[in-house]
Design a protein around this ligand. Structure first.
Ligand SMILES: [Zn+2]
Length: 61
């Protein structure tokens, strides 16, 4: 997926031009990604799974 054809919801300009911080953040995220972005999502997902499992266990008792 490329950001070349995306329009920014904040400034209305092409994200690829990086006119505002939202553009630059979206562009950087798509092109390079944040080093801690994926691990953070994985950790959040793991915590959510544990939470759901705990709720399921308590719900079954
Ligand atoms: Zn923008």
């Amino acid at each position: 997926m490329s950001c070349e054809h995306l329009a920014c919801a904040r400034c209305g300009g092409p994200v690829s031009e990086g006119r505002c911080p939202a553009c630059r953040a979206a562009r950087a995220e798509m092109h390079h990604g944040h080093p801690n972005y994926t691990p953070h999502i994985l950790i959040a997902s793991a915590l959510l799974i544990v939470l759901v499992a705990l709720l399921a266990i308590h719900g079954s008792l």
